[in-house]
Every structure is written in structure tokens, then in C-alpha cells.
Design a protein around this ligand. Sequence first.
Ligand code: UFG
Length: 333
Amino acid sequence: MNILVSGGVGFIGSHVVTELLNAGHNAIIVDDLSNSEITTIDRIKQITGKSNILFYQEDVTNEATMKDIFSKNQIDGIIHLAGYKSVGESVSKPLLYYQNNILATIILAKMCLEFNVANFVFSSSATVYGDKLSPLREDMVLGSTTNPYGESKVISEKILSDLVDAHPSLKVSILRYFNPVGAHSSGLIGEKPKGIPNNLMPYITMVASGQLDQLKIFGDDYDTVDGSGVRDYIHVVDLAKGHLVALEGLKQGLSIYNLGTGRGTSVFELVETFQRVNQVGIPYQIVERRPGDIATCYADTSKIKNELGWEAKLSIEDMVRDSWRFFAKQESD
Ligand code: UFG
């Protein structure tokens, strides 16, 4: 199939495109490179040995451009990943997040109708569950989110749900990611945040490399196994394979799936595993809780396993090893 991947050059997108090509699909990437680098495309070609990628450096929210791309290409399905994703930035720039993330979903949904594209996979987030108690299930009534980024995902989900109600022949899958980390085992593609990272794994790799002095652990007094926050880290390659399974298993109407491992790991456990597996020290300091954080967040993964036969295979050891390999390789290149 010819699959349009919005945000296909980014951290998750590059792994999704890799899996699509490996499975024999063609990728048409639309990415404005606002948080990604063009060299990633050559790296995907290197990993897969395939060159059937068409790349448009464009903004998905530009409707005229998108119409042009859809007119020029026979597109069988859309995987929509493009979006701003920094929780902190979304609090200081709410309009940017609402405009960009919601408009992108609306424009691509319009393209589905105008160009008769029935297959649509959307990148959502576990953040839509708000402070609900884990394990988080897809049929839970959503809680309120604490930031515009999360709210933009809730609203995008609602738009797609209403769209399917109005056009029941569409096949839409919403994927709620837990905490994607790791990198491709080649070390060629991975997460390269600009500036000082907000998320735990990229922060750890920068401390490990000596570029940042120490990790700040946000709170050790949560009601968890060791007092630090517990999250469901999922290897990005497992996550990407989940997209392929969701795309190939699309059925009429709306389906929502969690993409997680179903297992929680604390900050202390992740730091310990990183140090042990990579034989590198991570100096840290315990500081105040980060506003908006919850104690525990992990998925119930039974739905996607029962309906599509997908489950995450890679371990926390794989995640820390691959994150570090990618980081170290970038530094040496
Ligand atoms: N943490 C630290 N120190 C840091 C960074 C994080 O101790 O420097 C802790 C956090 O308190 C939390 C855990 O590490 O307990 C994970 O934090 P991340 O920032 O890596 O991830 P979050 O779970 O806060 O957020 C992630 C994504 C969001 C998404 C959310 C969905 O970044 O985009 O998962 O659950 F909305």
C-alpha cells in the first residue's frame, strides 16, 4: 500500500517508516523538519536497503499543499504522527499547540473524505487518561488532562470519533502511546531532542555522556515501589510494529488501542538498569515532584493482543542499550 506518513522523519515516524518499508509498503512522508533532520531519510534507506520513500518538506496544516500531494499520489492510507509534543511548551504556547495539532488532524481527515482514503491511523497518547488509576484501559471514560498538549490529543480523538460516526465506511485506529524510548538497533535512527530534554531517557543519556551534570529525579515520595514515578516504557521499534499491525488490521469504524508493555518501571529502576547495562554512571539528585506528574501510569494491553495479536517484545535492558548506542553513535559521527 502507499501510506502517507505525516511526521515521518521524527523519532517515532522514522521507525514507523522503517517498518512500513520492511513490510513491503511505500512511504510518502510529509514533514516540515521542525523537529527532525533530513539525514534521517538516508538512514532509513540504509537500514532497509529500500528507496521507495517520497518526501515532501511541507506543513500538514497547509490545506492547499496537502490537496496537491493527495492529487498527485494514489494514497491508500494515512499514518498521522505530525504534531508538537512538549508538555511544558504547550503550557506556555497553548494556541500554537491547539492550532497545529488540531488543524493537522482536521486537514488529514478532510483529505480522507475528498480523496476517498478509508484507512487512517492516529498517534495519540496515554496522557488522555489524565489521572485515572492504572492499568489504563481503552474503554475508560477519559479524565481531564493537565496541559494543552494532552488536550489537543483528546480533541483530535473526539474529531476522529465524530468523523467515523458521520462516515461509517472509514477505518480509523487511534493508538495511545505510553512512554516510547530506545532506538533502532543499527544506532542510525533514534531520539534527538533539540536543547535540554524534558523526558527522562534523553536526559539520562545526556548525563551519561557528561553533557549534563546530573539527573534530577522528580520526587521520591510517591506511593510506588520505591517512591519514584512509575511509567510504562515501550521500545520504539515495538511501538512502530504496533502501527503496522494496526494499519494492516484496520476494520470499519473506530478502534482504540494502547501501545505499551503493560509493565511499570520506576525512575530508580530505569537509572539502575541504564548504569548496569551500559556500564556508565548516572549521578542524580532527588528534587521536588514535577507539577502535573502522576505517581503511576501503565497500560492494560489485552485489547490489542486479543484483537490484533500484537504485544511488545523488547525489554527495559534493550531500551537502555539501544538509547545509549544511538546517542553515542551520534556523538562519534
Ligand atoms: N523524570 C525525572 N527527571 C527528569 C524527567 C523525568 O525524574 O528529568 C520522571 C518523571 O517525574 C516521571 C518519569 O520520569 O516519573 C517519566 O517522565 P517523562 O517526562 O519521560 O514522561 P511522562 O510520563 O511525564 O510523559 C510522557 C510524554 C508525554 C505524554 C505522557 C503520556 O512525555 O508526552 O508520557 O503518559 F503525554
